[in-house]
Ligand binder design. Structure first.
Ligand SMILES: [Zn+2]
Length: 143
């Protein structure tokens, strides 16, 4: 916005808070919550938004495998993207700590911070919010 410098570090710095904490941007006009946080509401166009914390646990509504990921220094592909209902907002984020064959049984997920990339040279390591399955205690338990 006011020319902080060159390279990817300023952008990384600007995105630091939304990446490390699970927060959304709530539109003060229409009340919708957006994740990741936005500067303007895509529904009503308002620029009057505030950062609000989001619940760390939610229901996994849907998921998909993504085999082509932007950026050439990803640690692994394919990745699994999930649609998570946090109650106040629905978010799309990467799922972690889960095997593909386990996905049909995953109902509840929780947010964790995970390493996503290492940028060669300057030693910057990126982190992002991902979701992992909440382990369910089976009543009467065989499992
Ligand atoms: Zn709005």
């Amino acid at each position: 916005m006011n020319g902080v410098g060159a390279g990817s570090l300023p952008r990384w710095w600007r995105n630091r808070i939304p990446r490390y904490r699970l927060v959304g941007a709530k539109c003060k006009v229409c009340g919708r919550i957006h994740y990741p946080p936005r500067e303007a509401c895509p529904y009503c166009g308002s620029r009057d938004l505030e950062i609000v914390p989001l619940p760390r646990r939610g229901k996994l509504l849907s998921y998909t495998h993504v085999f082509s990921v932007p950026g050439d220094n990803r640690l692994s592909t394919p990745i699994i993207l999930g649609l998570v209902d946090l109650g106040s907002a629905k978010v799309i984020a990467e799922l972690t700590d889960v095997l593909p064959e386990e996905l049909p049984n995953v109902k509840e997920v929780e947010a964790v911070v995970r390493k996503v990339e290492e940028q060669g040279g300057n030693g910057v390591i990126g982190y992002a919010i991902k979701f992992r399955p909440v382990l369910q205690a089976t009543p009467g338990g065989q499992g």
